[in-house]
Design a protein around this ligand. Structure first.
Ligand code: NAX
Length: 336
């Protein structure tokens, strides 16, 4: 039996927490041979709920789950952790401006960055889910100077999966055949879902869309701009409208997939979207956490290089970058 991996989940008593824990304990994230220890953090007022969640985890009798710790003390939750999924964040309340939300959550992520720096395993990998995820990840990374910046990421996988699903529905094609989707930028309404490189069994999705419409090239482009891009960009709001609650199971699924691929490997001849520290690739300067196409192998990711970007794509990518710079401005006092 392998040694167990210590995994911290913050906001574990929340809705995404409730959906993600059982998947992780079942082996969906790290595979069927990898035992896990769960270190669950939530606020003091959520501890009773967390006790109930732990009871349910026990009642599943997962063979891979070695131990569950519940706590409201981040030092305990981050002790020796090897994977930290940071979900806990303050929701936007009525009348609260985006700027205020960024600041309120910034305080949480700067504190958690410092504590990760102090208590986590040196090889800890961090996935930030709590919004604004990209900027929160930047704050945590900057406050953890002794940890590897490349080990900090924010979640764009839900957006990536949403985009694939829209193509599958539009073209009546199986999900597994749709490859090479990308979501560039920020996890927000400015993100750029880019299907210029997407393929189905080796054929460009763009060509299939055009073919479907009897060679009217403009129709494919019109669908991309008027339906595909806004649908993916606004999917979170559409789910809230329909369900009365924000995406939870699909967000949890995306977090599991993000970590699975990063820790083990992304699929051969495909890539995934991760928000990672920008390194100048595609003209996005260093200093933000930005959605890029990446391939992963056993704990390392690489940004896919050399993709052509259309004029429309460039416009969207720059807009999303500018938004990240604005967000960064609001929290610059938290970036050391
Ligand atoms: P919930 O409100 O159901 O749960 C959040 C939990 O976090 C609560 O139990 C709360 O007590 C806890 N919490 C708050 N501050 C904390 C702190 N300082 N330390 C530890 N725990 C803390 O929200 P949920 O639906 O689970 O969503 C969580 C976050 O994910 C939100 O910020 C949400 O906006 C974000 N999302 C991000 C997505 C992404 O793709 N990156 C998609 C889904 C989701 O909207």
């Amino acid at each position: 039996m392998k040694a167990p991996v210590r995994i911290t989940i913050t906001g574990a008593a929340g809705q995404i927490g409730y959906a993600v824990l059982f998947r992780i304990a079942n082996g969906d994230m790290l595979g069927p041979e990898q035992p896990v220890i769960l270190q669950l953090l939530d606020l003091p007022q959520a501890q009773q709920m967390l006790r109930g969640v732990r009871m349910e985890l026990e009642d599943c009798a997962f063979s891979l789950l070695q131990q569950v710790t519940i706590t409201d003390d981040p030092k305990i939750a981050f002790q020796d952790t090897e994977i930290a999924i940071l979900i806990g964040a303050r929701p936007r309340s009525k009348g609260m401006e985006r700027k205020d939300l960024i600041e309120a959550n910034g305080a949480i992520f700067s504190e958690q960055g410092k504590l990760l720096n102090q208590y986590a395993a040196r090889h800890v990998k961090v996935l930030v889910v709590g919004n604004p995820a990209n900027t929160n990840a930047l704050i945590a990374m900057k406050n953890a100077p002794d940890l590897e910046p490349r080990n900090f990421s924010a979640m764009m996988r839900l957006d990536h999966n949403r985009a694939i699903a829209q193509i599958a529905l539009k073209l009546f094609q199986p999900i597994r055949d749709i490859k090479k989707m990308v979501i560039w930028g920020n996890h927000s309404g400015t993100q750029y879902p880019d299907l210029d490189h997407a393929e189905i069994r080796g054929r460009l999705v763009r060509d299939i869309l055009t073919y479907q419409r009897e060679n009217e090239t403009s129709v494919g482009q019109e669908w991309i701009e008027r339906e595909f891009i806004p649908t993916v960009q606004n999917r979170g709001a559409a789910v809230i409208e329909a369900r009365g609650l924000s995406s939870a199971a699909s967000a949890a699924n995306a977090a599991v997939a993000h970590m699975h691929d990063w820790m083990l490997s992304s699929h051969h001849n495909d890539w995934v979207t991760m928000s990672v520290p920008s390194d100048g690739s595609y003209g996005i300067p260093e200093g933000v956490i930005y959605g890029f196409p990446v391939t992963c192998k056993q704990g390392l990711y690489q940004i896919v290089q050399g993709l052509g970007i259309s004029a429309l794509g460039r416009k969207h990518m720059e807009e999303s970058y500018r938004e990240l710079i604005e967000e960064r401005e609001h929290v610059k006092h938290l970036l050391r």
